[in-house]
Design a protein around this ligand. Structure first.
Ligand code: NAD
Length: 516
């Protein structure tokens, strides 16, 4: 434990070595350009195997100070030329690249995912920062000259003011990077609340943003749980909220934030189906299914957690099990690890209970990861790859998002039946079809009611020039994250109608009727 703690303490800018008579390092807040210790005495532990850090629940006074700082910084930042804001982001993407491995190590330490996967987490966030550097074209308004004599019409995209972000634990770098860089490049200031389970990556990202030249107060960071969330939903100075996380929290935040007149975008839970046609490339498909179901221990909103085997493809099940069995479960920083632990003991218990429910409701457990022990990490929240077959749509393990390394398998005779199953499921985050037939792929892509579809691509997360377009129960709001939609979310339009007449065309009497 002391060895791990010393790794955390070396990041002393945002960790206080010991406080409140505990030797476990405590993460700081980031207020008005300074990393400051919280005055609070209630903490959340960071621990996928042993406690390595503590996260404070910020006090009301600290949250007020953070918002006041965002509000103070807004006018000057909004007035900073768009080229200067772009320059900050250009330096930022370079610093993220240079520190990518450092950020990834922090993610693995706090969150448990493998180092290779953590590097992917940073990389996919970095791509959004790179995209934000295109602000000079993305933020352009529209013009229409000569709408009548001597009159022109044009619009500006302008920042909203103070925006806020509430992030989940599973992508400690990528998801905060979906939020504050896009908001800030548009001229907004930002209050970030990272997940209380994994604050480290956000803190390092804040330090790098400061080093890139973002003025004090443009980004503030608070920590906490419900009180911090309520504070964000209710505060009159916050104009927009970006949320990513579970449905329980997302529906609540969408409703409470909207009630207070804010824009809210909420990306939420999922149950992503991979439909396997018997004509698919078997080798590729099985490898893709196993990677997408069990990578990151299934703790991805785009994890392919449900397989629908169509017709003869059901005969591939034993081979699927063999491949999943060969995956190595270990601490994320151990060489060769394919999947690490779950985020908390409670998460492990929940996943095991959902596997139990499968047995009770008549499904078959073909591969059971509940009893796994990992040498040297006996306290870790590990669950091994688990495959449940003979699953029916009315079973609990099918209806609930499991968010663990568990693949549930359904079987159908036809593609039409498979489409019906997917469309009857309330979630619409992602889906994939595996086939070598173009017409089958096209039919699926057109008929399936899911916002992100992969054709022989198991995790179809769009690159940032597009937007993340999960649908139905996986999303609330009307403007998506990143891409053109991300810019729309963080800006408001001002439209200007302007007339410049020649002197001799001056009105001779009042125009009292509507112009036609
Ligand atoms: P979570 O909802 O528990 O936590 C997310 C954030 O909300 C945290 O900052 C947390 O402090 C806060 N929070 C938690 N419970 C709350 C409550 N009852 N009221 C108010 N605030 C609350 O989610 P998580 O466990 O950190 O993340 C996993 C979930 O996120 C999964 O459901 C996953 O599918 C989803 N997710 C979705 C996407 C997407 O883009 N659709 C991406 C990543 C994760």
């Amino acid at each position: 434990a002391s060895q791990v703690s010393s790794k955390v303490k070396s990041n002393s800018a945002w960790y206080s070595a010991s406080s409140f008579s505990s030797s476990v390092p405590a993460v700081k807040l980031f207020i008005d350009g300074k990393f400051v210790e919280s005055k609070i005495g209630t903490w959340v532990s960071i621990a996928t195997n042993e406690v390595i850090g503590r996260v404070p629940q910020a006090t009301k006074a600290e949250m007020d100070a953070a918002i006041a700082s965002c509000k103070r910084a807004f006018p000057a930042w909004a007035d900073t030329s768009v080229l200067s804001r772009q320059q900050v982001l250009l330096r930022y993407q370079q610093l993220i690249k240079e520190n990518l491995k450092e950020i990834a190590k922090l993610i693995t330490l706090e969150q448990g995912k493998t180092l290779a996967d953590a590097e992917g987490d940073v990389f996919r966030g970095l791509q959004v920062v790179e995209h934000a550097c295109s602000v000079t074209s993305l933020m352009m308004g529209e013009t229409m000259p000569s709408i009548t004599k001597d009159m022109d019409l044009y619009s500006y995209r302008l920042p909203l003011g103070v925006c806020a972000g509430i992030a989940p634990f599973n992508f400690p770098a990528m998801i905060p990077l979906w939020m504050f860089p896009m908001a800030m490049v548009c001229g907004n200031t930002f209050l970030m609340k990272p997940s209380e389970r994994v604050p480290g990556a956000t803190m390092l990202l804040a330090k790098l943003l400061q080093d890139s030249g973002a003025p004090d107060g443009t980004l503030n960071i608070i920590h906490g749980q419900h009180e911090a969330v309520n504070f964000i939903c209710d505060h009159p100075d916050i104009k927009a909220i970006s949320f990513v996380g579970s449905n329980q929290a997302g529906e609540y935040i969408f409703e409470r934030g909207s009630r207070h007149g804010k824009r809210v975008q909420a990306n939420m839970g999922a149950k992503n189906h991979g439909v396997v046609m018997p004509d698919a490339n078997k080798e590729n498909t099985l490898n893709q299914l196993v990677g997408a179901a069990f990578g990151a221990a299934g703790q991805r909103c785009m994890a392919l957690s449900t397989a629908v085997l169509v017709g003869e493809a059901k005969k591939w099940l034993p081979e699927l099990v063999e491949r999943a069995k060969n995956l190595r479960v270990n601490a994320g920083d151990q060489p060769g690890a394919d999947l690490g632990p779950l985020i908390t003991p409670q998460a492990k218990e929940r996943v095991c209970n959902l596997i139990d429910s499968g047995t009770k409701e008549g499904a078959s457990i073909l591969l059971d990861g509940r009893k796994i022990k990992v040498k040297g990490y006996e306290n870790g929240n590990f669950v091994g790859p688990t495959i449940i077959s003979n699953v029916k749509p009315n079973m609990t393990c099918y209806k609930e998002e499991i968010f663990g390394p568990v693949l549930v398998v359904l079987e159908t005779e036809t593609l039409d039946e498979a489409i019906q199953i997917v469309n009857n499921n309330p979630y619409g985050n992602g889906t994939a079809i595996f086939t070598t037939n173009g017409a089958t792929a096209r039919k699926y892509a057109h008929l399936v009611d899911v916002g992100q579809v992969g054709v022989n691509v198991p995790i179809p997360v769009p690159l940032p020039m597009f937007s993340f377009t999960g649908s139905r129960s996986s999303f609330r709001g009307d403007t998506n994250f990143y891409g053109k939609q991300g810019i729309q979310f963080y800006t408001q339009l001002k439209t200007i109608t302007s007339q410049w007449k020649e002197e001799d065309a001056t009105l001779s009497s009042p125009a009292v009727a509507m112009p036609t």
